[in-house]
Design a binder for this molecule. Sequence first.
Ligand code: BJW
Ligand code: ZN
Length: 253
Amino acid sequence: MSDDLTEALDRAAEQLRDARSVCVLTGAGVSAESGVPTFRASDGLWEGHRIEDVASPQGWNRNPQLVWDFYHLRRANVTQVQPNPGHHALARMEQHWGSDRWTLVTQNVDGLHQVAGSRHVLELHGSLRRTRCLDCGEIVDQGLKPMTGIPNCPDCQGILRPDIVWFGEMLPPDTWRAAERAARECTVMLVVGTSAVVYPAAGLIAIAVGEGRKHPPGIVLECNLTETDASTLADIHLFGPSGDTPLFERLGI
Ligand code: BJW
Ligand code: ZN
């Protein structure tokens, strides 16, 4: 381990130990070691599909069957994977800090944080496990049971869509408000495995460091394989896979 990383880990552990309130922002990198492809990697499941065809309202209106076929595949992929040590470490940290001092905001739609035992999770971009009825609006947790074709609502027979936030769509307002609040009030933000290019989620980092805060700026710790758009806002950089958990070992968690 390089001296720089050792020093960064020591500083990060010290900040976390003293933190009054922690907000974690996670992205696809956290699930990469479980075998869930990231979005902006060239080998991702997006391959062969233009993003606007499968993750936008326009794509849905053009071809809902293509969109559902893509999501049937995504859901099937998640049945094959398990949380990795990064997910488990974050769940243990929540137990250690207590859910009232800990908020995990995730852009991921795979539900692996909850499978690992995280409880206070805000899903900004929806979930592969849920469907939403276009007629009655009912949101149903279907788990990962296989579905085919364009499924219908068990209540009203309306057309179901995945309960996922596509490009150009608003984030669920209550979830977004709670995430903004966690970012505004945290003393430490841990940003893990996200390229921080998709907004408004990436904007939470700016909120943590000062935008609209009453409190002093939060300290931002970034854990990623590489530099990202978040790196200039981060105080401490932990370069490495999120499934390697020397930080948590230092914290004794
Ligand atoms: C590791 C690792 C390891 C790897 N360890 N690290 C112009 C036109 C229209 C809209 C916009 C526009 N400009 C901006 C917008 C807004 C748009 C946006 O941000 N676009 C940008 C791309 C430019 N945002 C929206 O549209 C949002 N809504 C909105 O803004 O509403 C208001 C509005 C309405 C109308 C018009 C404009 C605004 C909604 C965003 C919804 C995003 N949804 C998606 C797809 C969901 C579909 C699905 O999953 O099925 O959510 S996009 C995709 O990106 C997904 C992710 O949650 C999200 C973030 O990606 P993430 O998690 O950061 O993954 P990657 O792959 O980018 O990065 C992985 C990282 O991990 C990398 O850094 C690796 O290095 C790292 N890594 N292995 C640690 N082992
Ligand atoms: Zn319905």
